[in-house]
Design a protein around this ligand. Sequence first.
Ligand code: S3P
Length: 449
Amino acid sequence: MSDEAGVLGAHGEGTVSAAGSLVGGLRLPADKSVAHRALLFNAMAEGEAEVTVARPGEDVLSMAHVLQTLGAVESIGEGPADFTRVRLRGRGTRKAAVLPGAGGETLDCGNAGTAMRLLIGALAGRPQSATLTGDESLSARPMERVAVPLRRIGARIVTEDGHAPIVVEGSRELAAVEHELPIASAQVIGALTLAGLAAQGTTTITSPGPTRDHTERMLAWLGAPVRREGYVTTVEGPAGFEARTIDVPGDISGAAAWLVAGALHPEAHIVIEEVGLNPSRTGVIDVLRDMGADIKVASDGPTEWCPEPVGTIIVSGGAPLRAIDLSGDRVADVIDELPLIAMAMAAAEGTSTLSGARELRVKESDRIARVVEGLRAIGARAEVRDDGWVVSKGTPRAAAIRTDGDHRIAMSFAIAALTGVAGTVEIDDPACAAVSYPTFWTDMEHRAS
Ligand code: S3P
């Protein structure tokens, strides 16, 4: 990581006040959506591969440890600098993707919803059973959205009233069917795609709206007969694919913290390198630009190490921000960045609205409740809507922020304080940032002065 910026102590872990300036270069921890898939798909593939993950968040380590329990991970070792290198040996063949294991395992997914949902699909076609568990937050999140379509194809999945712990009993025979999904979810599409690789015939999955396409992109790159056209994913099964070494790019959702910080702070110039620029994830750049932010992007395209475009983003502060109305398909493109975008809404001229984002209620916390409560506490005007919020500027003040252990809530209000949109804030659980961004607090100290 480049580290040319000044250091100061006022922005310690959990207690944050306004910085005089925000300047420096950053490389983000690895993208967790891509890292989960790089690890899991290589565990199901034929052959050996290494997955390199910069400063993995706790969610990614949960996936690596689950795959170690299943016998697909040979080592989780330190690479150069602060990169972690996971060596995998898949047990699949080119004819059949297989998740190994002896059966009867208990697989702890921690806080990682993506890990749990993808694993349910990956385990569905395996003959042996396994039990998936998670922490308190993950155990409250809806899992029938994955279990219902998987049962239709012959999988045997038992949830506890729709939640974890989940028992995947395993099934030798899965049917290839046409799925019409009631909600747009990349995790559900990913789970059904993996199960489709174990089914005989053509599986099609039609989504009601846009979702990130990392599953289809990576599986096709590994040689699996999977493709996405518009909102339809098609899988020809049974099929397998070959393991391939992957270098996971930096996390655009982590970068979003610095894009918002750079846009809000008048004395900001931040350069973010080697960040993933998959078009289904870059909506936050478009939204901030539409609000008036000065953001430049240079894409290098996909590399030989990863089928995702990678590039550099530069954000400079000082441009006045205007309000925005977000609804429809635009919401899916920024679903994980909405708490941060709410901080920009609280700094903009005019009244901003968000609608069509009911999914925020079932993320790591009820993000609609936590964002609006926190915004009011820091002096902004904010109202809850069933599927979103209405936000405008107020008079910044100091506040204590309740996160419910949600990493994105913790980071969003830290950025609000750093940029003066809030007075000094106390985050109740600063350590939760490590779920996706373990170096968040040190990156903040190194870039603020
Ligand atoms: C993810 C998909 C999104 C996103 C989540 C990660 C993924 O959820 O919010 O943080 O890696 O597939 P959906 O499954 O609702 O699209």
